[in-house]
Design a protein around this ligand. Sequence first.
Ligand SMILES: [Zn+2]
Ligand SMILES: [Zn+2]
Length: 54
Amino acid sequence: MQKPTICMICGAKPANRTCAICGRVVCEDHIDSTGVCTACRRRKSEEFRKDMLK
Ligand SMILES: [Zn+2]
Ligand SMILES: [Zn+2]
């Protein structure tokens, strides 16, 4: 019997998407329209902020 894949971010909802950057399987609440999970998106925005401070 196969278990449903659970979102690797919230661990609660069934995952039906895969992040284009880290390959994590996530639910639709934790992926944006570009196919990037919220964890990667947050990291990207932090890098962007550092660039802005230069
Ligand atoms: Zn989730
Ligand atoms: Zn990701």
